[in-house]
Design a binder for this molecule. Structure first.
Ligand SMILES: Cc1cc2nc3c(=O)[nH]c(=O)nc-3n(C[C@H](O)[C@H](O)[C@H](O)COP(=O)(O)OP(=O)(O)OC[C@H]3O[C@@H](n4cnc5c(N)ncnc54)[C@H](O)[C@@H]3O)c2cc1C
Length: 486
């Protein structure tokens, strides 16, 4: 490819996509190189989905600053991107004197960080807020919230694309070379790309990309967390996330409500070296259920509908001590490169503030011209199931495809699936449709609708079923027809 981009961003997770969108506020040619077939197949789609308050991080750290800034700005961001977000609050539940002392310290730390309205509540108030919880007292954070991590990441990327950013999926970066003309040549699995600036936002791959840039020596370890997803029947019993009292480095196994009415239980924290294994062993599920039941005794095996896991990239020093987010420019080693390392939690909450810092670093080196056409607003796919009866009637009158249910569990219509199939990022995996519409995410997990969605993709995009992939590269589902049509 001969085009020379102004900026190429490596990694299209929530952080890379937020950077792409913030960069697009300026007149720049921007590309995102993403090794997967969609934007949130790694950590950004594998987390608790909590918009944190900002009290859990050491004062003065980037984690604290980005978290508080992200939390404060989330209502505006969710409005602009048309994504599900609820500022439902959150409680950290304690029982002992030691817990009380930790919660008081946490409130003070939050106050220093700028987290708002944190307070201790007694047993009575705790049970008024979350009747099913077990505990003597709690710290209440009214400004914590929950977001749909899939729709959030997709929305950032779609809005970036609306504003001129190009996404290249299935493009794994394998080598980076800075040539004599001060241009980066980035080798990917599908050709070489050229750019004046490069941003490393590769999540779990941050250490490898950093090495390719010549910025060596970062030690990045993985901390894997497993989750159980519970049936929507349990949703009404959990109006806000319930956490135990945290330790210095770990928030503990919690229960979290989701924007769609499910409950998720987890995560544990297991050090891993394999950044590609996402299996959830039975013994871990048993451990999660047992631990979380001490806080919220509503977990029954009959309500399990799925499990999943995510891996945090933690940057540690030589003694294994976890470090702050690193957002750096090393002109001596890699001119015009912005290197992000160890973007673990609260990366979901802090993605836009992280992106603002990246753009500010670039602006310190060269003058950026604002893009007068930048539009921060993007419209998502309207959920038929959430519309009023009157609105549903109107939608069906205008488009009869709203009258045909494809996913019965989540009540997703043909019209919504068609919009998802023709999504602005050009993603056509089955999970791509799932994350955009919630089809296949309900109680039966696609038993009823998965084949129908596959047929719709084949019909709309002309992709034969034998070439259709579930999520990751190579995840083919079908080898051919069992018998010929007659
Ligand atoms: C269990 C768990 C719970 C969490 N809970 C929360 C929470 O409640 N709230 C919160 O704020 N944060 C939470 N987080 C943290 C948050 O999810 C992450 O900080 C955030 O998603 C990081 O986003 P990212 O874009 O940096 O990483 P990713 O989403 O991993 O994106 C990086 C992208 O880079 C791509 N990539 C990697 N290498 C290459 C390469 N060589 N070439 C091309 N592309 C490449 C990957 O495919 C990936 O898509 C949690 C994380 C975990 C694991």
């Amino acid at each position: 490819m001969n085009k020379v981009y102004d900026v190429l961003i490596i990694g299209g997770g929530v952080v890379g996509s937020a950077i792409a969108r913030e960069m697009a506020r300026n007149k720049l040619s921007i590309g995102v190189l993403e090794k997967n077939l969609d934007v949130c197949y790694e950590t950004s789609g594998r987390n608790s989905g909590v918009v944190h308050g900002g009290f859990a991080y050491d004062p003065g750290t980037l984690k604290a600053a980005c978290c508080v800034e992200g939390n404060i700005g989330f209502d505006q961001l969710a409005g602009e991107l048309d994504i599900p977000f609820s500022r439902c609050g959150k409680v950290l539940v304690g029982n002992t004197e030691e817990d009380m002392a930790t919660l008081k310290r946490t409130i003070e730390q939050g106050r220093v960080n700028g987290a708002r309205d944190l307070r201790l509540i007694d047993k009575e108030e705790l049970h008024r807020l979350v009747p099913a919880v077990v505990g003597e007292f709690a710290m209440f954070s009214p400004n914590s919230g929950i977001v749909d991590p899939f729709k959030y990441t997709i929305a950032l990327a779609e809005n970036a694309v609306q504003n001129g950013v190009e996404y290249f999926f299935d493009h794994e970066v394998t080598d980076i070379h800075y040539n004599d003309e001060e241009i980066y040549e980035i080798t990917t699995t599908h050709g070489v790309f050229k750019t004046r600036w490069v941003v490393n936002s590769a999540g779990l791959g941050c250490g490898k990309i950093s090495e390719m840039l010549g910025i060596r020596g970062y030690r990045v370890i993985g901390s894997k967390g497993d989750y159980i997803i519970l049936d929507k029947r349990t949703g009404p019993l959990l109006p806000m996330p319930v956490y135990p009292v945290p330790s210095n480095t770990y928030m503990g196994i919690h229960v979290t409500n989701t924007t769609d009415g499910n409950v998720i239980v987890g995560p544990n924290a297991e050090l891993v070296t394999d950044f590609t294994y996402y299996g959830v062993p039975q013994e871990n599920m048993d451990y999660l259920a047992e631990s979380a039941s001490e806080l919220w005794p509503c977990i029954k095996k009959g309500d399990y509908i799925r499990n999943y896991s995510g891996i945090l990239p933690k940057w540690v020093d030589e003694n294994g001590v976890i470090q702050d987010f690193k957002i750096e420019m090393r002109e001596d080693l890699a001119p015009h490169a912005i290197n992000l390392v160890g973007i673990e939690s609260p990366g979901l909450t802090g993605a836009v503030p992280i992106a603002r810092r990246v753009v500010r670093m670039m602006a310190e080196q060269e003058e950026l011209t604002p893009n007068p056409d930048f539009n921060p607003r993007r419209k998502g796919i309207a959920r038929f199931a959430e519309a009023s009866e009157e609105e549903q009637k109107r939608l069906i009158e205008e488009n009869p495809d709203y009258g045909e249910l494809i996913c019965r569990c989540e009540k997703v219509t043909k019209a919504e699936i068609l919009q998802a199939i023709h999504n602005p990022l050009g993603v056509h995996t089955l999970v791509g449709i799932k994350y955009r519409t919630r089809a296949m995410m309900g109680r039966c997990q696609g038993g009823y609708c998965q084949m129908r969605v596959a047929e719709m993709i084949e019909k709309e995009l002309g992709i034969p079923k034998t070439e259709l992939q579930y999520a990751r590269k190579g995840s083919y589902l079908f080898t051919g027809d069992v018998r010929e049509e007659v």
